[in-house]
Design a protein around this ligand. Structure first.
Ligand code: SF4
Ligand code: SF4
Length: 98
């Protein structure tokens, strides 16, 4: 698996100010490893279970791993929350154009 550095910004907003990343419900997880094997951005580690080790590697707006999880064990904030958060951050970083 290729290792990529965390994306530092999203449209000029510091990436680590946007809390968009997966949350895994380990009570539902069947340890199939699909999420860790298929994220192209190296967000996860695997230690007998998926670990969201580099949350800010996750692409803002992507929900690929959640859509592919056979147990519906992965969740994200809502797209409405994301929209509102980007509006808030655009005010904080007025030079940013989305
Ligand atoms: S894809 Fe879902 S069930 Fe499979 S390891 Fe990841 S969280 Fe667990
Ligand atoms: S949503 Fe996409 S980028 Fe984010 S962790 Fe899942 S597969 Fe990786």
């Amino acid at each position: 698996m290729s290792v990529r550095k965390a994306i530092a910004t999203y449209k000029g907003i510091p990436r680590d100010e946007i809390d968009w990343f997966p949350t895994v419900d380990l009570a539902k997880c069947s340890r199939c490893k699909i999420c860790t094997d298929n994220c192209p951005h190296n967000t996860y580690d695997w230690k007998d279970k998926p670990i969201v080790a580099r949350p800010y590697n996750c692409v803002v707006g992507c929900m690929g791993c959640a859509n592919n999880c056979p147990e519906d064990a992965i969740t994200f904030p809502t797209l409405v929350w994301l929209r509102d958060e980007l509006v808030r951050l655009r005010k904080k970083y007025p030079e940013v154009r989305l």
